[in-house]
Design a protein around this ligand. Sequence first.
Ligand SMILES: C[S@@+](CC[C@H](N)C(=O)[O-])C[C@H]1O[C@@H](n2cnc3c(N)ncnc32)[C@H](O)[C@@H]1O
Length: 213
Amino acid sequence: MRTAADFNLYYATPDPWHISHARFRDKVLRRRLKPLIRGKSVLELGCGEGHLTHAVFGKARSVVGIDISDIAIARAKSLNLPNARFEICDFLQASFEGHDVITALECVYYLSFQEQGAFLEKVAKEHPGKILLLSGPIVDYRRHFSHKRLMLEFTTLGFAPLKFYNLSVYWYPPSSRIVANLIKLPLGHTLLDWIPESMVYQRLYVLRAPKPL
Ligand SMILES: C[S@@+](CC[C@H](N)C(=O)[O-])C[C@H]1O[C@@H](n2cnc3c(N)ncnc32)[C@H](O)[C@@H]1O
């Protein structure tokens, strides 16, 4: 696992991953997540500077955003979002109690394999019936966060249904860049889930933790 100091180094300058430019991803996330989060209480793990709290979770009844970086949390708090509060916390140590939906968008791949497994097992065993939303760059970049391995892990732990949606496309090679531009046209987003696997950059997984028999 990376430490608070590691992430604070990233946050030495605001918006280190240029997340505020990912407007297309935010639009797709909003479209996919609206029915799942509207009026619900959301626990947003790895919330960073609160970009998604603002851009995607505005329709949630309440959001608790947690992040290991105190710098990121100070910036998130300064947004003064009416439905959200923020805490500095390592989400591996956090309690997930008391929320309808748990989100882990673009943060689980910073954990080791073992930590990823323990995190998923905690949700599966301790939070039956809860919705878990997870996303990451799953192909090529950070190969260890692969679709095949995730699906195997989800199935083994009994998560169901397993739904996944593509969020964005690589900019390289040029063929992928053409597709990346096409999907930004009106109704282009409807093509997202049909694009070749090799072009997919980020993917969203929508899972329900198993209910005990
Ligand atoms: C790439 S940023 C993603 C921010 C936001 N979720 C988004 O998608 O726009 C990853 C965030 O996860 C946080 N993070 C990583 N590991 C964490 C942990 N164990 N506990 C809490 N936050 C963590 C980092 O500090 C960072 O803010």
